[in-house]
Design a protein around this ligand. Structure first.
Ligand code: TXA
Ligand code: MG
Length: 326
């Protein structure tokens, strides 16, 4: 059931359910999360079961503040301290060495743990109320079934899991794509997943260059090639190639949806269209909603114009590339 996340009675009820080991979906500024208490392996197992996610894929643990991180981290390296100071609460996850006695299921058995302090007021209220109820933090992957599009509205979560799950409604997510993940556990900062923060922003706060994730990086479902996939086949194309294809096609004999900058006159009739915003932040905010709408309308093919190759588009380009790889 969808409940109003701005109602303090609802927050109390949700915190009680979490303390009792139940699942609760809640909004963050990035995407909606499917939460369970991270200090209870049996509660966390319910997340893996509900999502159909392999149990060795680590989840992100959400904490109320930097102090809350200390319950899960055996050590917070200096670069992580700098990143936390710069970006928490906000769309940044740090990977740090894990305290041996806690969060083993959430970490997918790894010796490290992903930690994030979200800025959404409903998430913050929930984390504080849960802490009052004795919960150290909330493991919460995106509230979608494994491999599918992340939810950015309460109704997306219900569409994934049905109406029996408790879902706190906090409106549409402002950021719209998942947090940037920086691994701080290896003696150097490694960008595992780009989000809306640019490399330059992260490097300025870290005080050191960011390395790229390589094959040695820990297993991470957000970094699998085929992820964030709509049901329809998605193709990414440069603008000129997209325009040419539409010109040649005329009226498409199949259900085609197009997400692009404005098209040349005379093209795109008979095609379901959404215009890609000029600003990367706006595109990130609406991206997953647009893909879900295309799916819901029964699109068979989705053609997307390649976004600009500039730093602020990195997160959106990453999600589109993965959606196209499915
Ligand atoms: O924006 C977000 O981060 C959202 C919202 C709900 O906060 N959460 C999210 O969680 O995207 P999830 O579970 O879908 O993504 C978790 C990803 C994993 O796929 C993996 O890439 C990385 O976080 N991760 C978590 N713990 C890790 C660890 N110990 N080592 C390496 N990667 C880890
Ligand atoms: Mg996810």
């Amino acid at each position: 059931m969808v409940l109003d996340g701005s109602d303090s009675g609802v927050i109390e009820r949700a915190a009680g359910a979490l303390a009792a080991g139940e699942l609760v979906a809640f909004p963050t500024e990035t995407v909606y999360g499917l939460g369970a208490r991270a200090d209870d392996d049996a509660a966390v197992a319910k997340i893996f079961a509900a999502k159909g996610r392999p149990a060795d894929h680590p989840l992100i643990v959400h904490v109320a503040d930097a102090d809350g991180a200390r319950a899960f981290a055996s050590q917070v390296p200096p670069v992580a301290v700098r990143l936390v100071a710069a970006f928490w609460p906000g769309p940044l996850t740090i990977i740090v060495p894990r305290s041996a006695g806690i969060g083993s299921a959430a970490a997918g058995g790894q010796a490290t743990i992903g930690l994030r302090c979200p800025s959404h007021p409903v998430a913050r209220a929930l984390l504080l109320a849960a802490r009052q109820a004795g919960v150290a933090g909330l493991a919460a992957p995106s509230a979608n079934r494994f491999g599918r599009i992340s939810p950015t509205r309460a109704e997306h979560v219900t569409a994934e899991f049905g109406d029996t799950l408790m879902v706190l409604d906090g409106g549409p997510c402002e950021v719209g794509i998942e947090s940037s993940i920086v691994d701080c556990s290896r003696g150097r900062a490694v960008l595992l997943r780009p989000g809306v923060l640019t490399r330059a922003q992260i490097e300025a706060a870290a005080g050191e260059p960011l390395e790229n994730a390589d094959d040695a990086a820990p297993r991470a479902s957000g970094t699998l090639e085929a992820h964030y996939a709509p049901r329809a086949r998605l193709r990414l194309m440069p603008a000129d190639q997209l325009h040419q294809a539409l010109q040649m096609l005329g009226r498409p004999p199949f259900k085609l949806a197009v997400y692009s900058r404005p098209l040349p006159p005379g093209t795109g009739s008979g095609v379901r269209r959404r215009t890609m915003p000029e600003q990367a932040a706006e595109a990130a905010r609406e991206l997953f909603t647009v893909l879900r709408e295309f799916d819901d309308e029964g699109a068979q093919l989705i053609w997307v114009e390649e976004p600009p190759a500039t730093p602020e588009w990195e997160g959106v380009r990453d999600r589109l590339r993965r959606a196209a790889a499915s």
